[in-house]
Design a protein around this ligand. Structure first.
Ligand code: S3P
Length: 179
């Protein structure tokens, strides 16, 4: 079955969704969209400020509105915030809007990648033991991320390698119309 020309990258913080998404969009000549960025532009503040000033519930309600924006966009690669997939309705809508790819990362690699800019991660910045929190969150989230159409491990790869692997699979299985 052919999917609409929309690739949706899901997964935990530090999985490489943004960098892989950018690389894949270039390879496909598609637009690259990032849901956190859309929410930041709309609210004229960054994710950290939104969590601090408006709270997580507000942020999650903004994430739901992103779906409408995705629906109205053409050929695109979309990186979605790590928590957006946790909502069942969001998940079901995204699964019908495009081909959903889980970028899977180990807790240790996620920690290595996010610790440089921990201040930009509202769910981890305030915790005493961020690696333990990552493990705890991943344990709950991984079984849900698993419902994506496909999965790629990103631990020992850079974003260009992952983007190329995704492209190969897209072509091999004629998942979307690339003409
Ligand atoms: C979140 C992940 C972040 C951002 C917010 C919440 C999460 O996005 O949406 O800090 O709940 O996992 P990235 O996954 O792009 O880092």
């Amino acid at each position: 079955m052919k999917f609409p020309p929309v690739i949706i990258l899901i997964g935990f913080m530090g999985a490489g969704k943004t960098s892989t998404g950018n690389d894949l969009a270039k390879l496909l000549h598609f637009d690259f969209l990032d849901t956190d960025h859309w929410i930041e532009e709309k609210n004229k503040k960054n994710v950290i400020q939104i969590f601090k000033e408006n709270g997580e519930i507000f942020f999650r309600s903004e994430e739901k509105k992103v779906i409408g924006w995705i629906r109205n966009h053409g050929k695109s690669v979309i990186s979605i915030g790590g928590g957006l997939w946790m909502d069942e309705k969001n998940r079901n809508q995204l699964l019908s809007l495009g081909w959903c790819v889980w970028l899977k990362v180990s807790p240790e690699t996620a920690w290595k990648r996010v610790k440089m800019h921990l201040e930009q991660r509202p769910l981890l910045a305030q915790t005493k033991d961020p690696l333990a929190e990552i493990k705890n969150m991943m344990e709950k989230r991984d079984p849900i991320y698993q419902s994506a159409h496909s999965r790629f491990l990103t631990d020992d790869k850079d974003s260009k390698q992952v983007a190329n692997e995704i492209l190969k699979l897209l072509k091999r299985n004629s998942i979307i119309d690339l003409s």
